[in-house]
Design a protein around this ligand. Sequence first.
Ligand SMILES: *[C@@H]1O[C@H](CO)[C@@H](O)[C@H](O)[C@H]1NC(C)=O
Length: 160
Amino acid sequence: MLVLLAGIFVVHIATVIMLFVSTIANVWVVSDTGIASVGLWKNCTDGNCDGTLLYANEDALKAVQAFMILSIIFSVISLVVFVFQLFTMEKGNRFFLSGATMLVCWLCIMVGVSIYTHHYADGYGTSYLKSHHGYSFILTWICFCFSFIIGILYLVLRKK
Ligand SMILES: *[C@@H]1O[C@H](CO)[C@@H](O)[C@H](O)[C@H]1NC(C)=O
């Protein structure tokens, strides 16, 4: 039981870190040449991120940014609530509040990454360059799975 809680705690922290990294790093789509990438904020070439992002002012991108930031906020709140409940909650109760908060985080990731996938994930831009998904994009989908599992486990587990 304690091992399971410790395991979830570690996975939860990993999820928060991955969400941070994927939101901040501009590596959602990478050109096949490998030196150029775009993310939620910038268009980078050769480590230089001053390039203009073609769709920087589109509402869809703003929505993705907002939902990714919300997902970070909710995952952190859920972690804090979990730690708090670990010390204050009576034995036998479920970690309902942290579970519910984590599922809200999961929903935010789902909406954000779905919009991104629908609008932007299949191209580096209007250029002829071929491209593939970068690690931010992949990390975000991993976080999508993890946050769901963590949320459900919080709802199911009782404090011993
Ligand atoms: C990023 O910049 C490159 C080079 O200027 C351009 O070809 C590409 O279309 C841009 N991509 C996006 C998504 O803004």
